[in-house]
Design a protein around this ligand. Structure first.
Ligand code: DC
Length: 220
């Protein structure tokens, strides 16, 4: 039997990370932030003075990189060439570079393969831009979180971050491969006004109605 996956997609600062993390904790599933993987490669490219939009150079980097993705203590552990990139991937220079590298097909192919492998290890709540449309098209637990762009920009400011989210959304939505879009069978969740707990409750209810691991959901 395949492990269940809850797929959560949506634009930047839609609240999907908070929602996905809380949902995973409630379900006792592993939380997977796929944006962190694209950010990690953006960081590596910048460290090596490689233009994140340079397809040939990034393809070359992929051939030599040691990419380790594991589940440790119920969470994702990632290393690039032996280094955990987590402390560096929320920097503003990464915000500015990540959509460029995320448009490179060879990188997407590689990461999709790695993301799919995680399902063999654990039930997952995976969030990103293409989880319902590309990575796990077969899951019936698909959600697309959206929120008013003004509210999303305010959220980023409150986090003390400069992040041109509208520009990033445009780049993510207009790229040729795996553009940000709602899967036809995903449930649209408006996260403009509800707080994260209310949204988690809504998503849990829908998952329960669709038969997701009744025992775990009931044990909340
Ligand atoms: O979720 P985030 O803002 O940390 O994601 C950073 C960038 O990574 C986002 O602008 C687009 C890209 N991304 C992607 O293309 N596909 C994913 N599944 C996740 C993120």
């Amino acid at each position: 039997m395949l492990n269940p996956v809850v797929a959560i997609d949506g634009p930047a600062a839609s609240g999907k990370s908070t929602v996905a993390r809380k949902l995973a904790a409630k379900l006792n599933f592993v939380y997977v932030d796929t944006g962190a993987m694209y950010r990690a490669f953006a960081w590596l490219a910048l460290e090596k003075n490689i233009d994140p939009a340079d397809r040939a150079a990034i393809s070359g980097l992929l051939e030599s990189v040691k990419f380790e993705l594991a589940i440790s203590g119920g969470a994702i552990a990632m290393k690039l060439n032996g280094t955990d990139p987590a402390p560096f991937i929320r920097e503003e220079r990464i915000n500015a570079a990540v959509s460029k590298i995320a448009a490179i097909p060879e990188l997407r192919e590689r990461l999709v393969i790695e993301q799919r492998k995680l399902r063999n290890l654990s039930p997952l709540v995976m969030e990103g831009r293409d989880i319902g449309t590309v990575v796990f098209t077969d899951t019936i637990f698909k959600f697309f979180l959206d929120a008013d762009p003004v509210i999303r920009a305010q959220r980023r400011q409150l986090q003390g971050q400069a992040d041109a989210i509208t520009k990033r959304d445009q780049q993510d939505s207009n790229r040729a491969v795996a553009p940000l879009t709602k899967a036809a069978d995903a449930t649209l969740v408006d996260a403009t006004y509800d707080d994260a707990d209310a949204i988690v409750g809504k998503i849990l209810q829908i998952c329960r109605d669709k038969g997701l691991s009744q025992a775990k959901v009931d044990a909340l």
